[in-house]
Design a protein around this ligand. Structure first.
Ligand SMILES: [Zn+2]
Ligand SMILES: [Zn+2]
Length: 366
C-alpha cells in the first residue's frame, strides 16, 4: 500500500474530510509505522471538532489507537516491557513522543517534554503526515513507548487504555489509595469508571461516585461503585452531608476530580477528612477557577495534587491491569458502536449523543 486514507479535521463545524497521504517508504531509526486496527473517539476529539478547543489544522485527530506494526525503524527491537518487537505485532503506544534528554524528560516528566509530539494533535501538512488515529496508518515517532498487547485482550477493550486508564493509574500512584480507605470519585466518564476499578482492586472500603448523568452512574455502579450520587436537578441530595454521615462524621480519605467542573473542589474539600488527599486530573480548560477555601485547606491539613497525562510506564501498567482484571468489570461495554473510516461523520454523530462511553473507528475495514 503506497497511500493511506485519513479523516482530516479542517475547521470547527465542518465534516472531517477523507484525504490520501503517501505511506512513508522508509522509517527513521527508533520510529515505526503501524496499520491502524481501531481508534476510539475521545471527548477531547469532540471538543476540537465542535470548536470548543483550539488545535492546529489541518489535523488527523485520534490518539486512542491500537495497531499492527507494519515497519520498524533501525534500532527499535523491544517494546516498553523489554519484549521483542516484530512486524505484525499488535500494539498500543503512549499518546506522546518525548526526546528523553530535555529539562522535563530528565525530571521524569516526559509528558511535558520540551520537544513533545502528541498523536492526534500535530498538523498533517508535513511529512510523515500520518500522526492521528483516524487513518489507515500512523507513524510512530522515535521516543514513543510501544507495548505489545496480550492476545486475550480484544481491540475494543484495550484501545482507550492509552488515554483514560493510563492517566488514572498515574493519579492513583500520585495520591495513593490504601486498603480500607473511603474514596470519592467526582465524575463517571471513562476516567471515573477506570478509577472505580482501580480503587476496588486497591482494596478501598466504600467508593462514592458523583455525576449528573444517571446512565453514567449506573455504569459506575456496575464497575463496583458502592454509592452513586446524581448531582443534577432539584432532586440533588446533600451528597456531601450523607458521605460525612456514612464515615462517622470524619469524611472520606481520598477524593479524585475527574469531571472537569471546577466547582467540584468545594464539595471535595468538605467531604475529605482531616489529613485527606485530593487529586485533580480533569481541569484541562484554561481559567478553571476552583474557588478553594484556603482556610479549609490549611486547617484540615489537606494534600492537593494535580496530574496531567502520564509517564510511559503507566501505559505498561494499564495493559497489565486489563490483562489481569478486565474480565471482572464491564470493559467490553465501553465501545458501544464501531464504524469504518468512510462513515467518520456518523461515528462523530454517534459519539456526540453521549449514549456510548466510546465509539470506535476501524480505518482498514470498509
Ligand atoms: Zn483520549
Ligand atoms: Zn524531552
Amino acid at each position: 500500500m503506497t497511500e493511506s486514507r485519513a479523516a482530516v479535521f479542517v475547521e470547527p463545524g465542518r465534516s472531517l474530510e477523507i484525504q490520501s497521504f503517501p505511506v512513508p517508504a522508509a522509517v527513521e531509526p527508533g520510529a515505526a509505522l503501524c496499520r491502524v486496527r481501531m481508534a476510539t473517539i475521545c471527548g477531547s476529539d469532540l471538543h476540537t471538532i465542535f470548536g470548543r478547543r483550539q488545535e492546529p489544522a489541518p489535523l488527523i485527530l485520534g490518539h486512542e489507537i491500537v495497531g499492527e506494526i507494519a515497519r520498524l525503524g533501525p534500532g527499535l527491537t523491544r517494546d516498553g516491557f523489554g519484549r521483542p518487537l516484530r512486524v505484525g505485532d499488535r500494539v498500543s503506544w503512549s499518546i506522546m513522543a518525548s526526546c528523553g534528554d530535555c529539562y522535563f524528560c530528565r525530571l521524569e516528566l516526559p509528558q511535558k517534554c520540551c520537544a513533545l509530539r502528541k498523536y492526534g494533535h500535530t498538523t498533517c501538512t508535513q511529512a510523515p503526515h500520518l500522526t492521528g488515529g483516524y487513518a489507515q496508518h500512523v507513524y510512530l515517532f522515535p521516543g514513543t513507548a510501544i507495548y505489545r498487547i496480550p492476545a486475550a485482550l480484544a481491540d475494543d477493550i484495550v484501545t482507550p487504555a492509552n488515554c483514560a486508564l493510563s492517566t488514572v493509574i498515574h493519579a492513583v500512584e500520585a495520591i495513593g489509595v490504601q486498603p480500607g480507605e473511603n474514596v470519592l470519585i467526582q465524575g463517571a466518564g471513562l476516567l471515573g469508571l477506570n478509577l472505580v476499578a482501580l480503587c476496588r482492586e486497591a482494596g478501598a472500603a466504600a467508593i462514592h461516585v458523583t455525576d449528573i448523568s444517571s446512565p453514567r452512574l449506573e455504569l459506575a455502579r456496575r464497575f463496583g461503585a458502592d454509592r452513586c450520587w446524581n448531582l443534577a436537578g432539584d432532586a440533588a441530595e446533600d451528597s456531601v452531608g450523607r458521605m460525612l454521615e456514612l464515615t462517622g462524621g470524619y469524611g472520606v480519605d481520598v477524593a479524585f476530580e475527574v469531571c472537569g467542573a471546577p466547582q467540584a473542589a468545594a464539595d471535595a474539600v468538605r467531604a475529605l477528612r482531616i489529613g485527606g488527599r485530593y487529586l485533580v486530573a480533569g481541569l484541562v480548560t484554561p481559567g478553571s477557577d476552583m474557588a478553594l477555601d484556603g482556610n479549609q485547606l490549611t486547617r484540615k491539613c489537606l494534600t492537593l495534587k494535580g496530574i496531567h497525562n502520564y509517564h510511559p510506564k503507566h501505559l505498561g501498567a494499564a495493559i497489565d491491569f486489563l490483562e489481569h482484571h478486565a474480565a471482572r468489570y464491564p470493559y467490553a461495554e465501553l465501545v458501544g458502536a464501531v464504524f469504518p473510516l468512510e462513515q467518520i461523520d456518523r461515528a462523530v454523530e454517534a459519539a456526540a449523543t453521549g449514549r456510548f462511553v466510546r465509539v470506535g473507528v476501524r480505518p482498514n475495514l470498509s
